[in-house]
Design a protein around this ligand. Structure first.
Ligand SMILES: Nc1ncnc2c1ncn2[C@@H]1O[C@H](COP(=O)(O)OP(=O)(O)OP(=O)(O)O)[C@@H](O)[C@H]1O
Length: 693
């Protein structure tokens, strides 16, 4: 094997370079050995954990902690332990003359000296941000090139001599142009300065990233999660971090990134799963769904809850066996009114009323007996029949399903709650009176017997938030956020009320009927109206020629987004009229398989099965989009599932059919055309949609 050692600006003797490379390899080997020792120690502690811990609870806590620690210290032989090095100059006050290797996690030797610094450590920031203009004390920045875990090259920038490569770095270029296979990988080695600024934003800051396809939004979101977990370990471990993605195929595509960065405890969910309080067993017409996702429904639901709070009509008389106690109407009015004014979630309010009633009883008992009744007495009174009957009259217990069930089934209840908010036609639509109940919610006599739709689940989640506040996350990353409905935003807002969010999206890729056209509105629904909207404009995925082709659609998409510039000058675009789509697809896939990398065939949803069958018949096995670990190199993906994914070679089959399949079909086509990493082939029999023709 030849060692392709290279420096960019400092041609030195090849022998010296080989020596340097050899030294770096030695450092890599000893770092790996040190990591092994760290892991073995953790494992040993894990094994003896229950012997050293005092009690079962401590043992379990310790066991869990050690299990996590062992996982965090896993070493993947195919990913390099470090990817960069910083040599500080003599003048730096803190790090004068020091040299640090920067990698995926801290590795220390037996004496506790650092061998590799975590990329998230404060010093490592200079690896991403130092420049010739602002060297931040760094004399030399070195980047390493790897192939299958073997260190093959390095590239130096002498920042102290004003040298800087920026995006001209050969190692960056190689990483970007690398043929893609399998799931998404981390980008720690090549995070760009403007991305790093977002990754390292303060935990308190909510931010919204508007970026064209392939500008690294998903990558930024995942790395920010990893960064925040590093800096605020304890707090975020308690509060939790959540990643929200558009569908399960996408989540499985990104699932390996955080574990590769040593972060194994992050929740990942689709919005649908986040609000899955009830099973979804019915499908809805788009019009009714859009109405249920409309933000006015939040107010309808709030009112529907509020009408349950009534006025006390009779005093409470309750006996404890020895005495009969009485609470008159006036104090009961005051209790209800005071609690109502506090604006608590309804369920919490009910318990607050109960507690206040009990404390009125307690005061009477104290006055009579000159001593305070015990806890058992208080509990008994709280659960006594007269107290519960009073609560049921003025503040009845509600369930979210019950509430939505009534709203969808009882015209009078809906009319009251929706008065001035929804037109009579809209109310009829909600209750399936205008569609004859052909699609949509299949109402049963009870909530349990009802077959709910996905939009019902969103309403039920809203109702549930009105009754009880859900446990929130410390930080939530929301990907493909342009497709969130106002009601879905509110579901996320409830879960991030006391935390911050990273919102990632591209208005041009909005395909939902309620897709955002202005980030400010989305942010307002998310409860973060003041979050900064930051653009990302450098594309790392799609070759320039393909971007130019896809961008012809932009004027027709009616969104105001900054155009992106592709870093990739390579790549190929081939748009062809064919006579038979199936035959042409099979031939195109065969040709693509001659190259390295993944092949994605993207077609209108209803064409997918046919294409898979044709490919199978031609001896080309294919995988489905949610099976990222599949051995097959070819995936056939329905257009509606391809958002956020990428393939090395993309074959788009019949764009006109993709556009015709849905109201925002042109936006969908824009998504579809921007999935290619190296080559895009567009095969069509029908004329191309107008903007492309
Ligand atoms: N700094 C970087 N260095 C190397 N690769 C990068 C960098 N930033 C992004 N990439 C790569 O570019 C590709 C696109 O990134 P990503 O999927 O995060 O983009 P996106 O903006 O979320 O795209 P989309 O809008 O299509 O969902 C990925 O393969 C990612 O690894």
């Amino acid at each position: 094997m030849t060692l392709a050692a290279q420096t960019s600006h400092d041609p030195a003797e090849p022998d010296a370079l080989d020596e340097e490379l050899a030294a770096e390899r030695t450092h890599l080997e000893s770092s790996r050995a040190a990591l092994r020792v760290m892991r073995e120690r953790a494992q040993a502690l894990f094994a003896t954990g229950d012997k050293v811990a005092g009690d079962a609870y401590t043992a379990e806590q310790l066991g869990r902690h050690m299990a996590r620690r062992v996982k965090e210290l896993a070493d993947d032989p195919t990913t390099p332990l470090f990817f960069g090095r910083l040599d500080f100059g003599d003048a730096d006050p803190d790090h004068a003359g020091r040299r640090y290797h920067v990698g995926r996690r801290h590795v220390t030797d037996e004496a506790g000296e650092p061998m590799v610094l975590d990329w998230r450590a404060p010093v490592s920031r200079s690896f991403y941000r130092a420049s010739a203009r602002d060297p931040q004390g760094v004399a030399v920045r070195r980047r390493f090139g790897f192939s299958a875990g073997v260190l093959t090259s390095f590239e130096d920038e002498r920042l102290d001599r004003g040298e800087e490569l920026g995006t001209a770095s050969r190692i960056l270029t190689a990483e970007i142009e690398r043929p893609r296979v399998g799931p998404m990988r981390d980008i720690v080695a090549t995070i760009q300065p403007e991305q790093d600024e977002l990754v390292r934003a303060d935990l308190a800051d909510s931010i919204c990233v508007q970026g064209a396809p392939g500008t690294g939004k998903t990558a930024v979101g995942l790395h920010r999660a990893a960064y925040l977990l590093y800096v605020h370990r304890e707090r975020l471990r308690r509060a939790g971090v959540l990643i929200v993605g558009p569908n399960r195929a996408f989540l499985s595509y990104i699932a390996a990134v955080l574990p590769a960065l040593g972060e194994v405890e992050v929740d990942q969910s689709t919005v649908e799963d986040l609000v899955a309080g009830v099973p979804v067993r019915a499908v809805e017409d788009p019009g009714t769904a859009a109405l249920k996702h409309d933000v006015r429904m939040a107010e309808v639901l709030r009112r529907a809850v509020e009408v349950h709070i009534g006025e006390p009509t009779e005093p409470i008389m309750v006996s404890d066996g020895s005495f009969r106690w009485r609470i008159g109407l006036d104090p009961l009015h005051r209790v209800v009114e005071e609690t109502r004014r506090e604006g608590l979630p309804y369920g919490t309010g009910r318990e607050r009323v109960r507690a206040r009633v009990v404390s009125l009883l307690q005061r009477q008992a104290e006055a009579r007996r000159a001593e305070s009744p015990g806890d058992a007495w208080l509990r008994r009174m709280a659960k006594s029949r007269p107290v519960t009957a009073f609560l049921d009259a003025v503040w009845p217990a509600l369930t979210p399903e019950g509430l939505v069930h009534t709203l969808l089934s009882d015209p009078a209840v809906l009319a009251t709650a929706a008065d001035g908010l929804l037109s009579p036609e809209e109310q009829a639509l909600l209750q399936g009176r205008s569609t004859g109940g052909a699609t949509g919610t299949k109402l049963g006599r009870t909530p349990k017997a009802t077959r709910w739709t996905a939009a019902d689940a969103v309403l039920i989640d809203e109702a549930s938030g009105l009754l009880e506040r859900p446990a929130g996350y410390g930080h939530v990353v929301v990907d493909e956020a342009q497709d969130l409905s106002p009601m879905q935003c509110r579901a996320i807002a409830r879960r991030s009320e006391h935390g911050s969010i990273t919102l990632l999206g591209d208005l041009a890729q909005g395909t939902a009927p309620w897709a955002a056209t202005d980030w400010r509105e989305t942010l307002a629904h998310l409860g973060k109206p003041d979050a900064a909207v930051v653009p990302l404009t450098v594309g790392f995925r799609v070759p320039a020629a393909v971007v130019a082709f896809a961008n012809r659609l932009l004027p027709a998409l009616a969104v105001d987004v900054p155009p992106a510039e592709s870093l990739r000058r390579d790549g190929g675009l081939d748009v062809r009229t064919v006579t038979d789509l199936t035959t042409a697809t099979v031939a195109e896939v065969r040709a693509a398989l001659a190259h390295d990398g993944s092949v994605g065939v993207i077609a209108a949803d209803d064409a997918v099965d046919g294409l898979r069958a044709a490919l199978a018949a031609a001896g080309v096995p294919t995988a489905t989009a949610d099976d990222v670990g599949a051995a097959e190199r070819v995936t056939v993906v329905p257009a509606t599932l391809v958002k956020g994914l990428e393939y090395d070679h993309v074959v788009v089959v019949e764009p006109a059919a993709i556009v015709a399949a849905e109201p925002r079909g042109l936006h969908r086509l824009y998504v579809v055309l921007t999935r290619a990493v190296s080559r895009l082939a567009v095969l069509h029999t029908a004329p191309l949609p107008a903007p492309l023709g």
